[in-house]
Design a protein around this ligand. Structure first.
Ligand SMILES: [Zn+2]
Length: 398
């Protein structure tokens, strides 16, 4: 082990305690009359239980059980005992939240709870099994691509609700998995967002956004046309379109994030996004790109990195696009090119910024390891090879 090994290698894996990661998988079920009836029925009975418990001034599950279970079972024999338990638990939790100060009521189609006994997910097969007032039903579900990564996670709980306006059944699953051991924080990847590129990585990988911008532009044209029309059907179409646009954005971000965390780096440095910085891009670009999309990408990266044991650090974005990533002096950015007067370095401006973000990430880790002087020394692994594609406009190494 060399003496000149950077100090950030000493950073401690403080987060290596067994922590559980939790995500919500949102599925839409095909329309099913029995399920809709079950939701309505469950909520009606739940309201009865709420009333009895509220009058008895209790939210204790065992007390409410004693007060209501037998009566409910006799009155509604079609309701499975596990389902009675579920609605009793939900009623108790609602009363607890209200501290028994007022009587909460369930709306006819608000979400109902499923516990392990009346709900079985077979996500790998694309099937879920649910209890209804007419017995158990197996339902085929299509799992959106962004949730495919969770099909082997453990399902912790499930809720079913019905959206009356859209006439859609929604099944939300909370899934969990133990957080993997944190990987050694020995290599840092910087990620920048550009105008022409949704993301630029410090290892010379570019994710162009011309396709995204083309699609967004056409959505925008349609939106303006529909808004100008202002009729009811135009509004309905607008709602439908904006949903589709959001799903398109989310899908793009999901795919980019997947590729970002797959790069051979254990730490990913992102810029702490400030509204100020985005303002400089100009109104037109802001309207076109909107910065929520970039924040969403950052969130996706964070989630996926956590699942792989990688670390995400946020760095100050000030001057990342104006600083020379080779000598650290302030240079100039003209359009797509960054130029440094001091050392003659010239590089694609977004790539230069991404490299600065990586450098700041390293600096942050160094500072963290100085602040933890007792941290045990980690073994340095072999330096990882950089991606091979050539940076555009690169002159001189970095
Ligand atoms: Zn320079």
């Amino acid at each position: 082990m060399g003496m000149n090994r950077p100090t950030f290698l000493r950073s401690l894996c403080l987060n290596s305690l067994a922590v559980v990661m939790q995500r919500t998988v949102k599925l839409t079920l095909p329309s099913d009359e029995v399920l809709v009836k079950t939701i309505k029925f469950y909520n009606e009975v739940c309201n009865e239980v709420l009333k009895v418990a509220f009058e008895a001034r209790t939210h204790s599950k065992s007390r409410v059980h004693r007060l209501t279970y037998r009566g409910i079972r006799q009155k509604y024999p079609s309701l499975q005992s596990s389902m009675v338990q579920c609605l009793r638990d939900q009623a108790c939790d609602m009363l607890k939240r209200e501290k028994l100060e007022r009587l909460p009521q369930k709306k006819p189609y608000s979400s109902i709870r499923y516990n392990q006994r009346i709900f079985k997910p077979y996500l790998q097969k694309g099937i879920v099994s649910l209890s209804t007032i007419e017995g158990r039903v197996k339902i085929a579900v299509s799992i959106p691509r962004c949730y495919e990564q969770y099909i082997d996670w453990q399902v912790k709980s499930a809720t079913l609700s019905y959206d009356v306006r859209l006439q859609k059944l929604r099944l939300h699953l909370v899934v969990k998995k133990e957080t993997p051991q944190k990987l050694e924080r020995n290599s840092v990847l910087g990620v920048d967002s550009g105008i022409l590129n949704r993301a630029v990585l410090s290892n010379n990988v570019f994710f162009a956004s011309n396709h995204i911008r083309a699609v967004k532009g056409s959505y925008q044209f349609l939106r303006q046309t529909l808004q100008a029309l202002g009729t009811r059907s135009a509004k309905r179409l607008l709602r439908k379109r904006s949903g589709r646009e959001k799903r398109f954005q989310a899908d793009v971000n999901h795919r980019i994030a997947k590729l970002v965390v797959a790069q051979p780096f254990n730490v990913i440095a992102l810029e702490k996004l400030e509204v100020k910085k985005v303002k400089k891009n100009g109104k037109r670009f802001n309207r076109k790109l909107g910065n929520w999309a970039w924040r969403q990408l950052q969130r996706h990266v964070e989630y996926k990195a956590e699942a792989l044991g990688k670390t995400v650090v946020y760095v100050n974005p000030a001057y990342t696009s104006k600083t020379c990533s080779r000598c650290g002096q302030i240079g100039t950015r003209k359009g797509l090119v960054f130029k440094c007067k001091h050392c003659g370095f010239q590089l694609n401006a977004d790539l230069n910024a991404a490299r600065n973000i990586a450098l700041r990430g390293k600096l942050l880790l160094e500072q963290a390891s100085v602040n933890e002087p007792n941290a045990p020394l980690q073994h340095a692994s072999q330096p990882k090879a950089e991606a091979t594609c050539k940076p555009p406009l690169s002159r001189g190494g970095s």
